[in-house]
Design a protein around this ligand. Sequence first.
Ligand code: G3P
Length: 210
Amino acid sequence: MKLFIDTANIEDIREMASYGIIKGVTTNPSLIAREGRKLEDVIQEIVKLVDGPISAEVKEASAEEMIAQARELAKIHKNIVVKIPMTWEGIKAVSVLSKEGIKTNVTLCFSVSQAQLAMEAGASFVSPFLGRMDDAGFDSEKLINDIVILRDNYGYATEIIAASIRSLHHVEISALAGSDIATIPTKVLKAMIKHPLTDKGLKIFADAAK
Ligand code: G3P
């Protein structure tokens, strides 16, 4: 499973990319707002740090307006993936953009039916939101498993990005389900290397080396 970083913070992207494990970046309007910067400025910097898909989200609007925004975003760099919301207008926009060769990531996916619409429209990526699924009292593990089954049953080319990742449990259920990608906030990425027995083992070896 490829690891993407889910942030618009340049320092976090720089640090995590330096470990050689980050294959792409996802942003959303909340993450951009947190940085207090313009989307285009942030994206221009990110493309220099990571050579892989970089998701930049359009503002929710009519299909025509989202298509216009998408064409502008796609001009910034070849790695730009335009994030489009899961609405009928969004699906219409994805159908048009996929025929133009503009890569899309359909976001805010909470069901197999929604994932199927994104896949049928030719989306490059679809993003089921695991954490928000759990917040609402539903089963995120079933969601990611079922969407992988859907993709495999029909051989859709759309890649699945497990998103709204809040914990190592979310990372691990996504990997075991067969998700193509998980997009992970910095804090959870950093937690992936931690294990108390590793810390204990390091101490034993360090003491022995003295
Ligand atoms: O990739 C989508 C993600 O950023 C949403 O995460 O934690 O706001 O549900 P969260």
